[in-house]
Ligand binder design. Structure first.
Ligand code: NAD
Length: 500
């Protein structure tokens, strides 16, 4: 069986660690391949490669770095079908969704193509007599990225295109559950003309990650995954002197006001709660209905629509199902357990997806779409991230109660409000303690030229990913103050220099 190794110094390398792990096709439950688990030495050799490539790459003109990004983008378009198919096979998401993910990743590459403009810095003439001041944005050095299973193409592309366009070199540690696509991206970067060592992939688990968090040669660490690991990454890498952005889990609420358009709400909730089988950090997992009438109507309308959702393999079925399997057998079992817990906790189980079995794919990791009503804060299904096709309806009496509930939750990744009232929408966007807010938009994922990130325990570190924050994260600012001999000469000055 094929075992995926690493990508170091511009080529695939076979692992010598003696450790590997299975990679499954979640639609069939079969082991499709294996992936190496790097030893600490292998992870260090990837850092060595990135360190060796740094002096050359960091001094290349941003124009030339941008041209490689343009070629990379063209190659991604050429191979998009192949990449999306592989992504769907290992992750389980349906093919059109895999293509959507890839497109959102390619948009970050497009953003990185504009790097000469983004690195222009600032200049002030005559800050003193004959004195000019300017700021330049320089690369930080070797950077590392650690990504989750649910976006094996897009999340790595939130990080490395901006990082390497800024002049850094990079070591990527993808999720061990669906590792093939990042390797394909590495090969395309080499084909696009990226010098060897600028982008490396090391496959593995905690052993490899810990090297990236503690090795003195790594300057910055980007992470996306669950909150406990994000917190560990933030603490460990910060303690070792690195700048860190660590994005964690989510529980995204959609507030539904009595004046919202009911049809728009139902359609938005179906896609946002059940798309990608709920394995999205921006999935809506809680619908907060303001008023019992709103909730009664919503649950009535959703119930019939949720039952109609089709579930099946991500590729090879016509018509394409609405959602595919969950990523692993363990994760599917965990989601089923959450559904049982919710019923035991007293929530009303309106649609139960626990017993769903996919025809001809009985061994696949499928869970059917599930709907709960009368969910209350304090229940585990409300507090914890389920990361599956489970939507919880919560009932509140007023806008203020809805806002307070969203703000009290430990996560603050995304949220949405559905209303026709501009005042309410404006208040919500201003008062809610969440990093990304939609107004009648259920999944408000910012475009690549804005920045992506949550608040509270959904993000550790000050800067969001890609967009302007991405450039700030991957550069270090230096400010130069320069006086030339033609400036007015003064004698020795012993007091704080000021503009006289
Ligand atoms: P995860 O935290 O289990 O794994 C993420 C990465 O960390 C993987 O590469 C994994 O190998 C590594 N890892 C796991 N345990 C580790 C440990 N003990 N030490 C060091 N590294 C370790 O997350 P996942 O299950 O792959 O992804 C799902 C999670 O990611 C969900 O919580 C989801 O909300 C979150 N997520 C968040 C965002 C966001 O933007 N905030 C985006 C996508 C996913």
């Amino acid at each position: 069986m094929n075992t995926l190794g690493h990508y170091i110094d511009g080529q695939r390398v076979t692992s010598t660690s003696g450790r590997d792990a299975p990679v499954y096709n979640p639609a069939t439950g079969e082991e499709a391949s294996r992936v190496a688990m790097a030893s600490a030495d292998e992870a260090r050799s990837a850092v060595t490669s990135a360190q060796a490539a740094l002096p050359g790459w960091s001094r290349i003109s941003p124009l030339k770095r941008a041209r490689i990004m343009f070629r990379f983008k063209a190659l991604l378009e050429r191979d998009a079908d192949k990449i999306a198919r592989q992504l769907s096979l290992e992750h389980g998401k349906v093919l059109s969704d895999a293509m959507g993910e890839l497109t959102r990743g390619m948009e970050v590459v497009e953003f990185a193509c504009g790097i000469p403009h983004l690195l222009k810095g600032e200049h002030s003439l005559n800050v003193g007599t004959g004195v000019d001041s300017y700021s330049m944005m320089q690369p930080v050095g070797v950077c590392a990225g650690i990504s989750p299973f649910n976006f094996p193409a897009m999340v790595p592309m939130w990080m490395f295109p901006v990082s390497i366009a800024c002049g850094n070199t990079f070591v990527m540690k993808p999720s061990e559950k669906d590792p093939t696509v990042p390797m394909m991206l590495a090969e395309l970067l080499t084909e696009a003309g990226l010098p060897q060592g600028v982008f490396n992939v090391v496959n593995g688990d905690k052993e490899a990650v810990d090297v990236l968090l503690t090795d003195d040669r790594v300057q910055a660490v980007g992470f996306v995954g669950s909150t406990p690991i994000a917190e560990y990454i933030y603490e460990t890498a910060s303690k070792h002197g690195k700048r860190v952005q660590a994005l964690g889990g989510a529980k995204n609420h959609m507030v539904i006001m009595p004046d919202a358009d009911p049809e728009q709400v139902v359609n938005s909730l179906l896609g946002a709660a059940y798309g990608s089988a709920g394995e999205r950090c921006m999935a809506i997992s809680v619908a907060v209905c303001v008023g019992d009438e709103v909730a009664d109507n919503l649950v009535r309308d959703l119930k019939s629509e949720v039952k109609k959702l089709t579930v099946g393999p991500g590729t090879g079925q016509i018509p394409e199902p609405h959602m595919g399997p969950l990523v692993t057998r363990e994760h599917a079992a965990k989601v089923r357990d959450y559904i049982s817990t919710g019923a035991e906790e007293g929530a009303t189980l309106v649609v139960d997806g626990r017993d769903f079995v996919a025809k001809d794919n009985e061994q696949g990791y499928f869970v059917g779409a599930t709907l709960f009503d009368h969910v209350k804060p304090g229940m585990r299904i409300y507090q914890e991230e389920i990361f599956g096709p489970v939507l919880c309806v919560v009932r509140v009496g007023s806008y203020e109660e809805a806002l307070a509930m969203v703000n009290a939750h430990e996560y603050g990744n995304g949220t949405a409000i559905f209303t026709r009232d501009g005042d309410t929408a404006r208040q919500y966007t201003e008062q809610v303690q969440v990093g990304m807010v939609g107004v009648n938009v259920p999944i408000p994922v910012p475009m690549a030229f804005h920045s992506f990130g949550g608040w509270k325990r959904s993000l550790f570190g000050p800067l969001h990913m890609h967009g302007p924050d991405g450039v700030r994260f991957y550069t270090r600012m230096k400010t130069v103050t320069a006086r030339w001999p033609t400036g007015i000469r003064a004698g020795a000055e012993f007091s704080m220099p000021t503009m006289k």
